[in-house]
Ligand binder design. Structure first.
Ligand code: UD1
Ligand code: UDP
Length: 395
């Protein structure tokens, strides 16, 4: 009879959005490679039904359970409430995991973390400790990840700065591990053969254009901020006739309405559907410059040695700026146009933004996370604090 320490440990991995799937894929793969020790169950909320499916496809991943919780025009409260209830029931009645793993700061993450907490399940949080210092930027992610930290037992911080943020919030150092960001592992695991799956991209005229990759979707940028960004895009292509701004448009209907309204039929601007991950990375490789408010794309830019102008006023990833690859330009039209023009016309300015070192690790984060989990299970140290007895109903 195997002792409880020797039996397989069941780990539930919960995913809701595109970036969670991309950044969690290397961890799932690493845990599944250790199938003698771990049983890894992937649960999806389908917070982003199409974009999540697209990201899972790129890594040949299939969920074990899809809760299918997406609604058209879902609200933060509506989705989070549905996810909290559905995940609570799934953990309690079906999956019964020994540990939950979540990644990042989405509604799915906070719902899953809280559901595990209520069920007395220990929680590992990947990409822990990012802080912008402004509770409304990014909204609501800054608060989601702070709340996630409150209930997390094992914190996987991507950088020493993220660890320091957690220490400053009195998270005990013995429960924080600096692993690098799993995005570096994800990037290393996909094909880099320079070929597009998407035929429109193959016929894009790469030899005659200088391409700027742009993405926007942050909630705090919707409305006038996003209109200002669109005005900046229009001005950039007006000033630089050989530049083409390529925008894979997020499926958020509020984002699409503004982008399509402001940028349709503008010469020099191409709006396309969300790309498969390897295609997005190939576009980035061929681009001169990246303009984005995305978290993941900010982290990929240093790995791809591309300068990135960050369409935000504060960042929880100051490492991108410190390493030289990034600059905060917010949503001010003139600032965006000025900085983009400088990089498009001044080779020295361009070079200074592309010579740094990737601050997000060496691509071994997933292996480190699996090693740490193996050890924590071995020594039976999963909870950060003494647990209450959850067999007694908690009121
Ligand atoms: C969410 C995350 C954000 C992350 C982003 C990644 C929260 C609070 N925010 O953004 O941190 O950067 O995902 O993209 O969780 N939609 C679809 N199909 C899709 C994707 C989206 O129809 O495949 C629709 C949704 O139904 C929803 C809207 O677009 O109505 C916005 O999607 P949502 O996941 O809520 O995005 P954000 O909260 O903006
Ligand atoms: N991405 C992708 N296809 C696209 C746009 C983005 O695969 O058309 C990838 C991108 O490379 C990064 C992740 O999706 O790894 C970022 O997702 P998003 O910007 O939606 O969310 P965030 O990172 O801001 O949370």
């Amino acid at each position: 009879m195997p002792s409880p320490k020797d039996r397989k440990h069941r780990i539930a991995v919960v995913l809701g959005t595109r970036p969670e799937a991309i950044k969690m894929a290397p961890v799932i793969e690493e845990l599944r490679r250790r199938s003698d020790r771990f049983e890894t169950i992937v649960i999806t909320t389908s917070q982003q039904r199409e974009m999540l499916a697209q990201a899972l496809h790129a890594f040949h991943l299939k969920p074990d359970y899809d809760l299918g919780l997406t609604h058209e025009n879902q609200t933060l409260a509506g989705f989070t409430a549905r996810a909290l209830i559905a995940l609570t029931e799934s953990f309690r009645d079906v999956v019964k995991p020994d540990l939950l793993l979540v990644q990042g700061d989405t509604s799915t993450v906070i719902a899953a973390a809280l559901a595990a907490f209520y069920n007395g399940i220990p929680i590992g949080h990947i990409e822990a400790g990012l802080r912008s210092g402004d509770s409304r930027r990014p909204f609501p992610e800054e608060v989601n990840r702070r709340m996630a930290s409150c209930v997390t037992d094992i914190h996987f911080a991507p950088t020493t700065r993220a660890r320091d943020n957690l220490l400053a919030e009195r998270v005990p150092g013995e429960h924080i591990y600096v692993t690098g960001n799993t995005i570096v592992d994800a990037l290393a695991s996909i094909r880099h053969d320079g070929v597009f799956d998407d035929k429109t991209l193959s016929n894009f005229g790469w030899d005659t254009k200088r391409v700027v990759l742009a993405t926007v979707h942050r909630r705090e940028n919707l409305g006038q901020n996003l209109r200002n960004v669109c005005a900046a895009f229009r001005r950039i292509v007006e000033l630089h006739p050989h530049v083409e701004i390529l925008i894979p448009v997020h499926l958020n209907p509020h984002v699409r309405e503004i982008l399509h309204g402001e940028l349709r039929d503008v010469r020099g601007i191409s709006m396309i559907e969300p790309l498969e991950y390897p295609d997005l990375i190939e576009v980035m490789r061929r681009s001169t410059l990246v303009l984005t408010d995305s978290g993941g794309i900010q982290e990929e830019a240093p790995a791809m040695h591309k300068p990135v102008l960050i369409l935000r006023t504060v960042t929880e990833r100051p490492e991108v700026i410190e390493s030289g690859f990034g600059r905060l330009v917010g949503t001010d039209r003139d600032l965006i146009v000025g900085e983009a023009s400088r990089l498009l016309t001044d080779p020295i300015a361009y070079r200074t933004m592309t010579e740094g070192k990737n601050p997000f690790g060496d691509g071994t984060a997933a292996r480190q996370i699996a090693d740490i989990l193996t050890e924590r299970f071995r020594i039976g140290r999963l909870f950060a604090a003494q647990m209450v007895d959850t067999t007694v109903p908690q009121h």
